[in-house]
Write a protein that binds this ligand. Structure first.
Ligand SMILES: [Zn+2]
Length: 314
């Protein structure tokens, strides 16, 4: 190749890369093949070679044709996918559409231990996927920084109302109980060790429900409201919610946190029975229930991901 051709080569490659890299990434991702910057580049190079070999040069029309071909391929749908880092690690990414989003973005969801790539519309999903691919290294690093998962197995240590308890298995059918000691233990009988985890979970949910009913009642009286119902369940993306018909839902994991944290969430959701927003008026109501509510809010901000790591054996 002489100098002149070299220029054409670079120019053409840039043109194709610039237009098609995103589409390529999507194609590869749909095939569940490795998607790396290098693999995309090598594909483009092969493509360019084939093209120049066939035509002797690359012109605008060819590039347009390529673009058309890739665009006509299967569109990216919202859902779970995987991307690959330069060093070959596979990273889970969830692709979602959020019409309120203004740009494509990537964030880490510590509760689900995955990255979420958001696009403002379905049309932008492939750009969101590409955006995530370019940040695969960052995503892998952030995920590896998350607290290690704690399984609800005999011998594990799990906080209960903010205090570490050792989980102890006992053969039997009696209800679980707490042994207060220098090292508190949560003794959970089960007819079989295979049922241990579900029994632990049941106990923790029951405890959470008891405490929440108590705290919600207190705050409801303070604000002169009446919740329709209280639900305690697995909530992955938030700690609590309040439905328009007055049903308050809470994450069972609140029982793991110190009591003022659960108390804050109870006050927060009860306040939503009066103000279905996060306005100044809303926070004034929370403040009325719990003047130092910020301590609870800050605690969750700082430690929430640790609570989400509990009950996850990863
Ligand atoms: Zn809220």
């Amino acid at each position: 190749m002489d100098g002149g051709h070299q220029c054409v080569f670079l120019g053409a490659q840039r043109a194709i890369t610039g237009i098609n890299v995103g589409d390529f990434a999507i194609d590869l991702e749909l095939d569940r093949a490795a998607v790396t910057r290098a693999s995309i580049d090598s594909h483009l190079l092969t493509l360019w070679r084939t093209l120049t070999h066939a035509t002797g040069r690359v012109n605008k029309r060819d590039v347009g044709f390529l673009r058309m071909r890739f665009d006509s391929r299967q569109k990216v749908e919202p859902g779970q996918t995987e991307i690959e880092t330069i060093d070959g690690r596979r990273v889970p990414v969830k692709l979602i559409v959020n019409p309120r989003a203004r740009h494509v973005s990537v964030r880490i969801d510590p509760a689900r231990r995955e990255a979420i790539a958001t696009a403002p519309s379905k049309r932008h999903l492939k750009h969101a996927a590409q955006f995530a691919t370019e940040r695969a290294g960052w995503i892998a690093q952030e995920l590896s920084r998350l607290p290690r998962g704690v399984s609800l197995a005999p011998g594990s240590f799990v906080p209960l109302r903010g205090i570490e308890h050792e989980l102890v298995y006992k053969h039997g059918r009696k209800p679980a109980f707490i042994e207060e000691d220098l090292l508190p233990r949560l003794v959970v009988p089960a007819p079989d060790v295979a049922l241990f985890e579900s029994r632990v979970l049941r106990f923790l949910k029951d405890q959470a429900r008891t405490d929440l009913i108590d705290r919600v009642a207190t705050h409801a009286i303070a604000l002169g409201v009446r919740p329709e119902r209280i639900q305690v369940k697995e909530l992955r993306s938030r700690w609590g919610s309040c439905s328009v018909d007055g049903v308050l839902s809470f994450s069972w994991r609140l029982i793991l946190a110190p009591p003022f944290v659960l108390d804050y969430l109870a006050a927060h959701e009860v306040a939503h029975l009066r103000e279905m927003n996060h306005s100044r008026r809303f926070w004034a109501l929370v403040n009325k229930c719990m003047p130092d509510y910020e301590t609870g809010r800050d605690w969750l901000h700082e430690n929430g991901s640790k609570l989400h790591a509990i009950g996850m054996a990863r």
